[in-house]
Write a protein that binds this ligand. Structure first.
Ligand code: AMP
Length: 180
């Protein structure tokens, strides 16, 4: 094993009842203040993807950007930013998705991906999978193929990783937490 999931989990801080009551927020900030942990996380993905045919890395606003931009640099791949509505200038393509209360919208810039691109899609955490599924729809609508979804943390009880697997997209995460 190239990484120690127990060590990585020890760097994820659980903040109860944040940002609202009942949520156990899994905070990845301590990974970035631990150089060994950051290296372990980044290297795990680099070893997994260095010999694959991924052509692009896409990542989700905003915590997804942090690791994915290092991967894009190390793997020498173009980085696609999937952002919350209103953040990207110029012509964009957008996709709405449901939140627990209300809805949200993600966007990519027109031309960010093209037919046949082989995309690794990255976010920090998979919960219900709503965010990643919206990003998958956006990228697929432009003809891209999603080679794999990668995250640091999976919350399998919320079924997002299962929903993505059911779309026949492989899912890879470095660690998992039970419950919400
Ligand atoms: P979902 O769309 O339900 O899979 O939620 C995933 C997105 O929301 C990711 O971008 C996460 O950063 C964020 N998120 C959802 N639940 C949590 C949680 N318990 N702790 C930290 N981030 C979360």
């Amino acid at each position: 094993m190239l990484y120690d999931d127990f060590y990585i989990k020890s760097l994820i801080q659980t903040v109860e009842d944040w940002p609202k009551e009942g949520i156990s927020f899994r905070d990845i900030t301590p990974i970035f203040s631990d150089p060994k942990g950051l290296r372990m996380v980044v290297d795990a993905y680099i070893h997994r993807y260095i010999a694959t045919d991924i052509s692009h890395i896409a990542c989700i606003d905003a915590r997804g950007f942090l690791i994915a931009s290092i991967l894009a640099y190390e793997l020498q791949k173009p980085l696609i930013l999937v952002r919350k509505k209103g953040k990207l200038p110029g012509a964009t393509i957008s996709q709405k998705y449901a939140l627990e209360y209300g809805e949200a919208e993600l966007e990519i810039q027109e031309g960010a991906v093209s037919e046949g691109d082989q995309v690794l899609l990255f976010d920090d955490l998979i919960a219900t999978g709503g965010t990643l599924c919206a990003a998958i729809s956006l990228l697929k609508s432009q003809g891209a193929n999603i080679k794999e979804v990668a995250a640091i943390i999976d919350l399998p009880d919320l079924k997002g990783s299962q929903i993505i697997s059911d779309l026949e997209i492989p899912v890879y995460s470095l660690c998992a937490f039970e419950g919400e």
